[in-house]
Ligand binder design. Structure first.
Ligand code: OAD
Length: 236
């Protein structure tokens, strides 16, 4: 039975059926790549062009992908539940936005914006590939960095607080396509469990969460999420 408020937590797996690489699956983004070389502030300080090449390659890959039926089902949930619905994503790919989700708490930032290394000002940047690497701030001429959260950096406080509050009050939580190993994002599903939410996990592989949830739905998100939603959407 689907009870509001609803919280949807997504990870790279929701975009896998769109052709976007996940991180930890076979052939994933972290295979053959050292996180310390491309996704830390130290790596950027050492070799900004190398870091930017890696992010720009991801931007090019994602630009050729389109949202799938799971992203669209999440949009329908927002349409139906309005302010009783919260979407929190670890993804930086922008596919929720392109599917039509309007309010998104992005825990790890976005591939589609850049940030000035001098004053932190953000600039939307949808061109892929970028014409020059590293890109330069149009205001002050300093270097721009990817607007993503790197390992060793803090998440935006207001975003994480809003996500944690949603996890505390949600009565139904859908956890879609995340390995649940990166904190603090992974703490949200645990907060929801502690507060007695009905937690449903969608993942082709079992995770540490699978034994704790009320429903574990195996399979690919583009199939399982719309089908679960069709079966449960009217059961409020
Ligand atoms: P992972 O790559 O760690 O996990 C992806 C999950 O998606 C795995 O549990 C897969 O079994 C599952 N999966 C694969 N294909 C799927 C499909 N078709 N449908 C549903 N699920 C599928 O990705 P995340 O959990 O998102 O952080 O990783 C979390 C964070 O680690 C990322 O945000 C990123 C990374 O390092 C930063 O860059 C800060």
């Amino acid at each position: 039975m689907l009870k509001a408020p609803i919280l949807v937590l997504t990870g790279a797996g929701i975009s896998a059926d769109s052709g976007v690489s996940t991180f930890r699956d076979a052939g994933g983004l972290w295979e053959g790549v050292r996180v310390e070389d491309v996704a830390t502030p130290e790596a950027f300080a050492r070799d900004p062009e190398k870091v930017w090449r890696w992010y720009d390659a991801r931007r090019v890959q994602v630009a050729s992908c389109v949202p799938n039926a799971a992203h669209r089902a999440v949009v329908e949930m927002e349409d139906q539940f309005g302010d009783q619905f919260t979407l929190v994503t670890q993804n930086v790919d922008g596919l929720h936005e392109r599917a039509g989700s309007r309010h998104i708490h992005r825990l790890h930032g976005s591939l589609w914006s850049t940030r000035c290394t001098r004053d932190g000002r953000r600039f939307p940047q949808t061109e892929a590939p970028l014409p020059t690497l590293p890109p330069i701030c149009p205001e002050c001429g300093e270097m721009l960095r990817p607007d993503v959260v790197w390992f060793g950096e803090l998440l935006d406080r207001a975003t994480m607080d809003a996500a944690a509050r949603a996890a505390e009050r949600a009565r139904t939580v859908l956890v879609i396509g995340t390995s649940g190993v990166v904190y603090p994002a992974a703490s949200l599903q645990l907060i929801a469990l502690e507060h007695g939410a009905h937690v449903v996990e969608f993942n082709p592989e079992r995770t540490a969460l699978s034994d704790l949830v009320a429903e574990y739905v195996p399979g690919r998100a583009a199939t399982t999420v719309p089908s679960w939603w069709q079966q449960n959407r009217s059961a409020t």
